[in-house]
Design a protein around this ligand. Structure first.
Ligand SMILES: Nc1nc2c(ncn2[C@@H]2O[C@H](COP(=O)(O)OP(=O)(O)O)[C@@H](O)[C@H]2O)c(=O)[nH]1
Ligand SMILES: [Mg+2]
Length: 331
C-alpha cells in the first residue's frame, strides 16, 4: 500500500486477519503496475526511439551529447526549466572536466526525475469527516470521469462517498455524473441546470454531514479558465465549503490532461492563482507520447501526483508511484 493511502478506520482486532493474504496484495499491485506500464507505453516508446541511439553505447558524454539529450526530453514535454534541472548534476561534472559515462548519466537522470516526483503528500483521502475534495480543471480534461474513478477506488477501500454536481452550466454535465453514480454506486447531490454552484456545494455538504459520509467529491465547472467568472465562482464554492465543514475543502485536485502538453503549465498557474491547489491527477496517460508533462507540473508547482488516468473505465486509474513511473518511462 502506498505511503499516502489513508486506511479506513481500524476494525476491532478480532475481525481482521493479522496480515492480509500476500497473494491478494501482489495481484492487485501487479495489475496496476501492468496498467501503468501499458498506459505509459506511448511516451516510453517515443523516448526509446529517440534516446535509443544516443544511449546505445556506453561512451563518454560530451557537450553535444547533453544538448541532444536536452532537446529529446523537451519534445517529450518536459519543460526547459525542468530539463535544465534534471541535467544539472551531469552538466556540472562536465564543466569540472570529470569523465561522465552514458550509464552514469542515465542513472543520474533517473535519480533526478525520482527526486522531483517524490514530494511529501498528506494522507488520501484527507483525515477529516467528511473529507471534502474538489476536482478542478478546464473543460474536457476528465474531471467528471476522474471523480467517478476516485469514487470507485475509495469505495473499494471501504469509504462511503457522496458526489456534488457543482458543474451546473450544462444539463449534460449533471446527467453524466448521475450516470456514473448509478454505475459506481454513489449518491449525487444536484440542483437544476444554471443553479448557483455555491448553493449546490452547501446542500451537498449538509447532506454529507447529516448522513455521516466519509468523503465528498465535488465536480466543478471548467468553462474557459481565462474567464473571471469561473474563478470567482470557484473561490465562492471554496468559501461556502469552509463554512459548512471547517477546514474544507481539504484537498483541491487539479486535473490535467496529459495530451495537452505544455498548456498544462498555464492551467496550473491560472487555477493556482484563484485557489490553493494541493495535488494533481494527470489523465489520458494511455493516449499520449507526452507523459513528461507530469514531471514538469509536479516540479514547477511542487504538487504531488495522486493518480494517473489510464483509460475511460472506472478501473482505469492508478495511484501514482514515482518509482513505477520512472521505471516505466526510463527502463
Ligand atoms: N483515454 C482516456 N480518456 C479519458 C481519461 N479520462 C477522461 N477521459 C475522457 O475524456 C473525455 C472528457 O472527460 P470528462 O470527465 O467529461 O471531462 P470534464 O469536462 O473535465 O469533466 C471523456 O470522453 C472521457 O471519457 C483517461 O484517463 N484516458
Ligand atoms: Mg465534467
Amino acid at each position: 500500500m502506498l505511503k499516502w493511502f489513508r486506511r479506513k478506520k481500524e476494525k476491532p482486532r478480532e475481525e481482521v486477519p493479522s496480515t492480509p493474504p500476500e497473494s491478494e496484495i501482489s495481484k492487485e499491485e501487479k495489475g496496476l503496475w501492468q496498467k501503468f506500464q501499458a498506459g505509459l507505453s506511448k511516451t516510453r516508446d517515443r523516448l526509446k526511439e529517440t534516446l535509443g541511439e544516443l544511449f546505445e553505447i556506453d561512451r563518454l558524454v560530451d557537450q553535444a551529447f547533453l544538448e541532444e539529450l536536452e532537446e529529446i526530453l523537451i519534445t517529450a514535454d518536459i519543460g526547459i526549466e525542468t530539463v535544465t534541472k534534471l541535467l544539472e548534476p551531469s552538466r556540472r561534472k562536465l564543466m569540472l572536466g570529470e569523465p561522465l559515462k552514458v550509464s552514469e548519466l542515465k542513472h543520474s537522470l533517473r535519480e533526478e526525475v525520482l527526486k522531483m516526483l517524490s514530494l511529501e503528500a498528506p494522507p488520501f483521502p484527507p483525515e477529516a469527516t467528511p473529507a471534502v475534495i474538489f476536482f478542478i480543471g478546464v473543460n474536457g480534461v476528465g474531471k467528471t470521469t476522474t471523480l467517478a474513478k476516485v469514487a470507485w477506488h475509495l469505495k473499494g477501500r471501504g469509504f462511503s462517498v457522496l458526489a456534488v454536481a457543482a458543474d451546473t452550466f450544462r444539463a449534460a454535465a449533471i446527467e453524466q455524473l448521475e450516470t456514473w453514480g448509478e454505475r459506481v454506486g454513489f449518491e449525487v447531490v444536484k440542483q437544476a441546470q444554471g443553479a448557483d454552484p455555491g448553493a449546490v456545494v452547501y446542500q451537498g455538504l449538509e447532506a454529507a454531514k447529516a448522513r455521516g459520509v466519509d468523503v465528498v467529491l465535488v465536480d466543478t465547472a471548467g468553462r474557459l479558465h481565462t474567464k473571471y467568472n469561473l474563478m470567482e465562482e470557484l473561490k465562492k464554492m471554496v468559501r461556502v465549503a469552509g463554512k459548512v465543514v471547517p477546514g474544507a475543502p481539504h484537498e483541491n485536485i487539479l486535473v490535467l490532461d496529459a495530451t495537452t502538453g505544455q498548456n498544462a503549465v498555464s492551467q496550473a498557474k491560472l487555477f493556482g492563482e484563484a485557489v490553493k491547489l494541493h495535488s494533481l491527477i494527470v489523465t489520458k496517460m494511455d493516449g499520449t507520447a507526452k507523459g513528461g508533462i507530469a514531471v514538469t507540473v509536479a516540479h514547477l508547482f511542487k504538487l504531488p501526483i495522486r493518480f494517473v488516468g489510464l483509460g475511460e473505465k472506472m478501473e482505469d486509474l492508478a495511484p501514482f508511484e514515482p518509482k513505477a513511473f520512472v521505471d516505466a518511462l526510463l527502463p
